[in-house]
Design a protein around this ligand. Sequence first.
Ligand code: OAD
Length: 234
Amino acid sequence: MPVDFSSMQSVVVLTGAGISAESGLSTFRLKDGLWDNHAVDDVATPEGFLRNPALVHQFYNARRRQLSSVVPNLAHATLATFERNFTGEFLLVTQNIDDLHDRAGSQNLIHMHGELLKSRCIACRRIRPVAMDMTPDSLCPDCGQQGALRPDVVWFEEMPIGLEQIYSALACCDLFVSIGTSGNVYPAAGFFQEARRAGAQTVELNLDPGEHASGFDICLYGPATKLVPDFFQL
Ligand code: OAD
């Protein structure tokens, strides 16, 4: 075990698409990833939604439907078990909009890029659980407005969720672990530096070196279902 958890009071973990890859969900930037087959500007920006809401709904509807055919893997399960048994503070920040960490049982969890299983009304701002497809004809169940429902996900140019809580946890953590993320998207890509500034040990667990691999204290490479259970042993 490369770190000694018994001397730690606070651990922050950041996850990305790589942790869900072995459950069968696509990453964004690997070969044949989501951004190979879709233009980011079309499906992940507010302008794209204004231009062609039907296309944006189609993209997220397909991803939402896929959730019923996948299950959390050993990496998700390990983080939930670690959180239950660790006596210090534990915060899991995920960039993933799937619900695999939730289903694995993680509790102190921030979906910083939103959730596929929530809708948001741009007219009345109400956020609600959503399991069904949405279309530009969908009516908001709260205010009745047609065409105002959107997935409650964070698009490029929008503010990620929970940043205040995330930065305060980073400012006093002993350990920061980045799992299955390429380090291309800020602010998440800069979290390891915040943790570093606080004196934390920083670890990258990934299939391949991410953009900032040289900035981490420890880097371990391989599939998440192997690395995460090996690393998070109390
Ligand atoms: P990426 O697709 O950019 O990176 C996925 C990372 O997972 C890569 O570094 C892979 O090496 C790694 N990986 C793949 N399979 C793995 C496995 N089995 N075990 C461990 N690691 C594995 O995905 P993210 O970094 O999550 O944002 O992307 C960040 C953000 O970019 C997303 O949240 C999304 C996207 O644009 C928005 O849509 C706002």
